[in-house]
Design a protein around this ligand. Structure first.
Ligand code: ADP
Ligand code: ZN
Length: 751
């Protein structure tokens, strides 16, 4: 009989008999099964001789959907590990591992609708048509450009969303035609010929030699200051592996934010990467997945879910910007792609390379313990000098609309000598708060415990947590007096900089300004060409970009992390500052970084400025060890959300009771407490924290808890989840029970 994973929120496998006739499907094949009243696509995990169900209770599968397994033994092993480590139903893990079309039961090689210009269409007078029917002309022109093989209809929809309406007349006139074809195959040869890179400097050569040494370690962590040439080093290692005829999987935080990396890989290796990210159509995604699985793509680059992509002949996994939070999924299956990369590498017996300028304390600790090998690149490559950092005391030099006089003067001087400035503020919108100047009322979200952000350009108030919007009024909803925006976001900064520096180009890059497809790449390209004098933006601007002319970085408000309540706030803040600072002075001219703070005396700053990230990390590790926070203990959160607070808390009290049997010296259960922003989108959220220095004990407790919670009637009133190794919202507003020594405040930044 077959052990089948079915996409339902239950932590078990389901037994089915093979179809009444035909061959028995192998593990990794999809099958169609009757599940309760519904038909579901499942994946065979294993074949077995016995079942808990009596034989006459077992049903046959309705059909086998694949002749050969979609997932190989190693892929299924990763799926099983993920399910057991994250305590998540295996059917949902399998679903996360498959592209949408396969999840829905479509063929691995689907037949798609194609649209192409006809012979007759190629000789049509497009200009004349454009005068009468511009939409039709646009469709026809696009298809003429695509040539005789045509375009997938899905792709055409991407280019021209409403093409179908205009196409009607074109079909009738016989200018274009429709046909069906097998979905296009990935073509690795589309890339230009490989271009050689720079000759490696001594540090890089030493790093490469370590990567090439046949060390039996879990992973290599390349800690290289920004611009130290990390990418060059792993490019060489990738080349080795590709030359051996094996595949390389590269995980990146967000493809949209790293177009440079993708084009660099393409150019240097001379092969087209198969890309896997959320910006693809379902067919494109499937095509890339297929190419990875068949081995047609030797280079596979993707965001976090790409970690599950089957590879024909894997040789190396690279995780670029290891510290980035987007590697951890924050909903549903809450996995860390970085951590799974290490597990997968170990299962396959292949090396894993993690690269970053600002390693997480978790990875640094593994290096200290000797589990991973640390490779350091302490200097910038190619002669560029490290940027200098300077604090601006905003108590003495107050900022107007976010900009203090010293920062304004620095901008002036850098622009005056042909440089470019980047002003960083991790807060989009015009202002984070709208306050009444008479009664002091603050505009808040009705469904969340949060303030509404003022968006001046779109004349809206928006909740950045649930997406709710309201028109921006000029008077207070409570007392009718005038309201004013308080504080600043990127929109306000942009406006203020335009006023202060007339005649200079100011470009804002954040998720509001780059919503249109391609807008971000276009804006970044302009910035890279040096066409923007001043860049204003959020975290988006800090990620891996190389702006040749950029010499000044201004950090507008650096204080958020100094007194953060999450034990990671210090680490986070140091990472974010060092990353954005790393954009400055990457070529010939030295860079300068100005940090505005109201607390220049805070010890965090002296540590960062004199010792750099390395020193911050060193001190934070010592502090975490002393206070028993990760990476010296392990955490898991049980979260709940319900319309009524009592239900959310009550459910976790039930969970806490269930865990009592497991409490010991090594396992603590803390809470339940309200989640940091307790009300979100109309639901009340609460959490229960499990902390342990003994990982097996923690996982044993979680395993039993999961089963208990799944069967509990209390679970029906709430949404709940288990988050293993949570990376956010781990701060505690604890009741007096079971308090942790010195936890919570101060941040990890040596403060
Ligand atoms: P990182 O990944 O550490 O930020 P990169 O590999 O992107 O660093 O290198 C930063 C810049 O330095 C790039 O422009 C790269 O071409 C250049 N570079 C890297 N290694 C060398 C080298 N050995 N000689 C000259 N330039 C180099
Ligand atoms: Zn809201």
């Amino acid at each position: 009989m077959l052990k089948v994973a079915v996409n339902v929120p239950l932590s078990r496998e389901f037994d089915y008999l093979p179809p009444a006739d035909g061959p028995v499907p192998a593990p990794g094949c999809r099958v169609l099964v009757q599940f309760g009243p519904r038909r579901q696509v499942g994946v065979v995990l294993a074949l077995a001789d016995t079942s808990d169900l009596a034989r006459d209770k077992l049903r046959h599968c309705l059909a086998v959907l694949d002749e050969t397994p979609l997932l190989g033994a190693a892929d299924l092993q990763l799926v099983r590990f993920t399910s057991s480590y994250y305590h998540h139903p295996i059917g949902e893990v399998v679903a996360a591992a498959l592209p949408a079309l396969l999840r829905q039961g479509k063929s691995l090689h689907p037949i798609v609708e194609m649209i192409a210009v006809t012979e007759h269409g190629t000789s049509a007078d497009i200009e004349a048509l454009a005068k009468r029917a511009p939409k039709q002309a646009e469709v026809l022109e696009t298809l003429c450009d695509a040539g005789g093989n045509g375009l997938e209809a899905e792709h055409l929809t991407e280019l021209l969303p409403n093409w179908r309406r205009a196409a009607k007349a074109l079909f009738e006139k016989g200018l274009i035609q429709r046909f069906e074809a097998r979905a296009g195959e990935f073509d690795e040869t589309l890339a230009p010929a490989a271009e050689p890179g720079p000759e490696l400097n001594a540090d890089q050569q030493a790093a490469l030699a370590t990567l090439r040494s046949d060390k039996d370690v879990g992973a290599f962590l390349i800690e290289g200051v920004t611009g130290s040439g990390k990418t060059e080093v792993y490019l060489q290692r990738m080349q080795d592996i590709i030359d051996e005829g094996r595949q390389v999987l590269v995980l990146v935080p967000e493809i949209g934010l790293t177009p440079q990396l993708v084009s660099r890989l393409r150019k240097r290796l001379g092969i087209e990467p198969a890309l896997l990210h959320s910006g693809l159509t379902d067919n494109e995604r499937l095509a890339a997945w297929r190419a990875a699985r068949s081995g047609a793509a030797r280079l596979v680059v993707g965001t976090r879910s790409a970690i599950f992509t089957p590879l024909q002949n894997p040789g190396l996994i690279v995780v670029d910007e290891e510290h980035d939070h987007s590697f951890k999924q924050q909903e549903g299956l809450r996995y860390s792609a970085r951590d799974l990369a290490i597990v997968r590498g170990r299962n396959l017996g292949i090396p894993v390379i993690l690269g970053t300028a600002t390693p997480t304390l978790e990875m640094l600790r593994h290096c200290r313990d000797g589990a991973y090998e640390l490779v350091r690149l302490p200097k910038r490559a190619g002669g560029a000098r490290p940027p200098t950092m300077r604090l601006v005391d905003t108590v003495r030099s107050p900022a107007t609309d976010g900009i203090s006089e010293p920062l304004a003067a620095a901008i002036d001087s850098h622009l005056g000598t042909g440089g470019q400035a980047l002003i960083f503020l991790n807060r989009r919108g015009f202002a984070p708060t709208l306050i009444c100047s008479s009664c002091g009322h603050i505009a808040g979200c009705e469904r969340c415990d949060s303030r509404l952000t003022v968006h001046a350009r779109s004349r809206q108030l928006r909740c950045h947590h649930c997406g709710a919007t309201r028109p921006l009024a000029s008077t207070c909803s409570e007392c009718g007096e005038t309201v004013k925006p308080l504080g600043e976001g990127t929109e306000r900064l942009e406006e203020a900089l335009r006023e202060r520096f007339p005649g200079k180009t100011v470009t804002r890059i954040d998720s509001d300004s780059t919503q249109r497809k391609g807008a971000m790449v276009a804006a970044l390209d302009l910035a890279k060409e040096g066409q923007a004098d001043i860049l204003v933006g959020t975290q988006m601007l800090s990620k891996g970009h190389h702006f040749p002319k950029l010499t000044l970085v201004g950090i507008v408000n650096a204080d958020q992390g100094l007194f953060g309540t999450d034990f990671r706030s210090g680490e986070r803040m140091a990472q974010s500052i060092v990353q954005v600072a790393g954009r400055a002075g990457r070529e010939h001219r030295a860079g300068e970084v100005l940090i505005q703070t109201a607390f220049p005396e805070h010890v965090f700053w002296s540590t960062l400025i004199s010792g750099g990230y390395e020193q911050v990390a060193e001190e934070a590790l010592a502090e975490r060890e002393a206070t028993h926070w990760p990476p010296f203990t392990r955490l898991a959160l049980v979260r709940s959300a319900a319309h009524q607070r009592a239900d959310a808390i009550g459910f976790l009290e039930f969970a806490q009771q269930a865990l009592l049997a497991h409490c010991s010296e090594t396992l603590r259960v803390l809470g339940p407490v309200d989640a940091p922003m307790a009300r979100k989108a109309g639901r009340h959220r609460a959490q229960l924290l499990l902390q342990s220095s003994d990982r097996p004990a923690l996982h044993m407790a979680l395993r039993e808890l999961r089963v208990t919670l799944e069967q509990s009637p209390a679970a029906r009133k709430v949404r709940w989840s288990i988050d293993v190794d949570p990376v956010s919202y781990t701060h505690l507003t604890l009741p007096t029970t079971g308090s942790l020594c010195g936890c919570g405040g101060g941040g990890g930044g040596g403060g």
